[in-house]
Write a protein that binds this ligand. Structure first.
Ligand code: 13P
Ligand code: SF4
Length: 302
């Protein structure tokens, strides 16, 4: 079957199954095209908590589908590529959080949403790249243990007087972007604005013009009046920029910034997942109820 045939079937089955398709900004173009909503982690979490429909097909990675399952326990959450994980989310475990809490009894535990459900369950509050500064600033505690992304933790620390203690995790895609990449990209495209994700290293952030979540970047380039932009995040985002805000030029800061896990979802897998209503992502209620507290506390702040 060609892509058009698959797309027709997806649209018909989506209706039949009362399903909505959510896609992260890094998904492949054809997958974004069949989605009901494309967004960053915060927008997709909000959508999962509020949208109608009995089935959510989550085109992203497993922690995102888990978050949807936690927020919508009565919906069926399907992850078309069941093996799409986030290596950073594996860089901290629930057990490590419990022992860190013993070492830092006065610290608030902030979990980036790129964590497992078990880690969220051990945390006080979650955050995403779009609201991390606001979340940390909202806390009563002066000391904050921030897991697992050391780069996002250090970025947040720039905007608060609190003592932010970073975990030693990182995103394998963003952490490999270097300050030299910024120098070279600026030389190649003089006058272009440089936008980077806060998962980038501090020296990359220092060399950039703006720091945003993925949807924050899309908003910036669509509102902006510059003709050229250098984009420091996973390259899948360029598809949405070109589609929604054409007539401007978008250049990847690094051609190596490809998240292989985000690329595992294909139109064929989306179709198969709608046909079978599988693979389903579930979170045991004793974990989900505690993780839900941390996520809902975040949603209440923002
Ligand atoms: P956003 O929430 O900014 O979309 O980031 C998610 C992510 O996984 C970045 O690598
Ligand atoms: Fe995880 Fe990085 Fe991929 Fe985002 S880009 S899903 S943080 S590995």
């Amino acid at each position: 079957m060609d892509d058009n045939g698959i797309i027709e079937k997806i649209i018909a089955l989506k209706e039949e199954r009362d399903a909505i398709i959510l896609a992260h900004n890094y998904q492949e173009g054809p997958v974004q095209d069949v989605a009901d909503l494309i967004g960053d982690s915060l927008e997709l979490s909000r959508a999962a908590a509020s949208l109608e429909g009995g089935v959510i097909v989550f085109c992203g990675v497993d922690f995102m589908a888990e978050t949807a399952a936690i927020l919508s326990p009565h919906k069926k959450v399907i992850l078309p590529a069941r093996d799409a994980g986030c290596p950073m989310a594996e860089m901290v475990t629930a057990e490590e959080i419990r022992s860190a809490r013993e070492r830092f009894p006065d610290a608030a535990m902030v979990a980036y949403v790129n964590t497992t459900a078990e880690v969220k369950a051990e945390s006080d509050i979650c955050c995403t790249s779009a609201n991390a500064v606001k979340i940390v600033s909202s806390l009563e505690e002066d000391q904050v243990l921030f897991v697992p992304d050391r780069n996002l933790a250090r970025y947040v620390a720039r905007f608060t007087k609190k003592q932010v203690i970073p975990w030693e995790g990182y995103c394998i895609v963003h952490d490999q972007i270097t300050a030299e990449d910024v120098t070279l990209a600026k030389k190649g495209h003089p006058g272009a604005e440089v936008l980077v994700h806060p998962e980038c290293r501090p020296e990359v952030i220092d060399a950039a013009d703006f720091v945003y979540s993925t949807s924050g970047m899309i908003h910036h380039v669509c509102q902006g009046n510059k003709p050229d932009y250098i984009i420091g995040t996973e390259i899948g985002i360029l598809y949405r920029m070109q589609k929604e805000c054409p007539g401007k030029s978008y250049y990847p800061l690094s051609g190596r910034a490809v998240c292989s896990n985000m690329k595992k979802t294909s139109l064929s897998l989306v179709l198969r997942s709608l046909e079978n209503l599988a693979p389903q992502v579930t979170v045991p209620e004793h974990v989900a109820s505690r993780a839900r507290n941390a996520i809902e506390r975040m949603l209440a702040v923002t």
